[in-house]
Design a protein around this ligand. Sequence first.
Ligand code: DON
Length: 544
Amino acid sequence: MLAVAPSYAVDPAPDASAVGVHGMVVSESEDAARAGVEILKKGGNAVDAAVATALAVGVTNPASCGIGGGGFMLIYIAKTKAFFGLDYRETAPLEARPDMYMRNGKPDEDLARDGILGVGVPGEIAGIDAALRRFGTMKFQQIAAPAEKLADDGYAASPHLAGEIAQLAPKLKNDPGLSQVFLKPDGSAPKAGDTIVEKNLAATLKSLGNDPVTSFYHGEVANALVAFMKAHGGLISATDLANYRPDWRDPIRRRYEDYEVYALPPPSSGGVVLEMLGVLDSGHLPGLGINSPPYLARLIEVLRQGFIDREQYADPAFVGVEIQKLLSDTHILELRERALHGKSTTPPPAAAHDHGTSNLLVADKDGNVVALTTTINTVFGAKMSVPALGLILNDEMDDFSVAPGVANAYHLEGEIANQVRGGKRPLSSMTPIIVTKKGVPVMTAGGSGGPTIVSGVLQVALNILAFHLDAASAVAEPRIHEQAAPDVVIVEASMPAATRSALEQMGYKLKVVPELGAVGAITIAPANLRGAFDPRKGGGAIGY
Ligand code: DON
């Protein structure tokens, strides 16, 4: 059954979630979820299906992710009851310098966002290859086949993609590859439902064969990418590509009530979610009531403390992040004291949302689970593509701090720990999680939307674990976001007016936005998999 939830749904119909007996794939793209299910039905496991879905969503939502980007995968293998974390985040080129975005003594944030200097060394293909080699059962070409077909034959633009193209059309016009593929010949944007064909991307995917790393990082794709960099003043060299390696990282975990929550360590923000769940543990949240003013006030204070600690996060290869200390009972108790009894200050407002990035979730018949979040960062990444490859370049360098105190696209202020260095990975908000009870996975979630991923995944997890909502209701509930600086609480317009004014009366400065990020979830029980993707971004959950 396919779930297409209404937009801005607060109280979705019960059938907004898909139910699966054997397997479940949840993605922001219905076509991509179908690609994953196709692989599951052919006998592939959750890793095969997750990779197929990731490649397909890279075709059908090219504004959010693709082979020019990178991400994180959290994998649970049922046979060994073991968790694995894969970091295939983009990496700064070796020539990158802390002052590379300074012009005339001032930081120029736009340089990290739009254009060639925003591009990090892509990790997507290396990550996919590493996951498949370790846990997959199929070859790359078999898994890439649905994505190749979508790119070759074309697919219907989702309302979300059509909206993003329309919004970005003035920038897409300036790039020969993007305008040719995503704009009509007269320069106008396609409508939802119009067919988009990505022939060059289909050819690139085919050309990768069954050893995609060789071509992408050492062969023809690498040569084309480096030639493009040289022609456009970019920094990525043949050495950068040849040196790129995804990192297997031990997942981190923390208890919440009767559950163990697993996430990825830095440069993912998984630890922030775990820390906040730790603070809220035994908080008797159900008694407060879902989205009640006292519950939200508690959440706001906990989010604030979590984001303050996030400032210590960075690439662990460059900066020692004391993640175990941050997750220790001593620290959590301190935070709980501060969050629940402290008083907060209040500087200036800003909105922190757009809709790049893509999360997908897979549960298979053997009990394996994959939570995967991948991105090219802001919508259409660097707004540049390598036309012959059909490859859209990421602008992941914007996730570094351009200079201390300077805010990035998500109003996250730069910290020294996260400053640019050659070979370093920028801090990410991407936070796929898997939750177990008595050692067995019971739910998984992940999202998109910059720092609202952290608050969104936290709230959806609590909606399921503390308030016992089903997946569809959990993702559809109105959400808030708070990230310490700027100290304004961002609230979705669907949050009841009475709740908003109660928060204002408590002294919180609110900014109301139409929506905050997009989160997907699957609840997992024997032969009863319930999945839902966020009605805010469309997409689908397909079970079988
Ligand atoms: O890794 C990060 O935190 C960002 N590059 C994620 C960007 C994102 O979610 C885009 N959508 N708002």
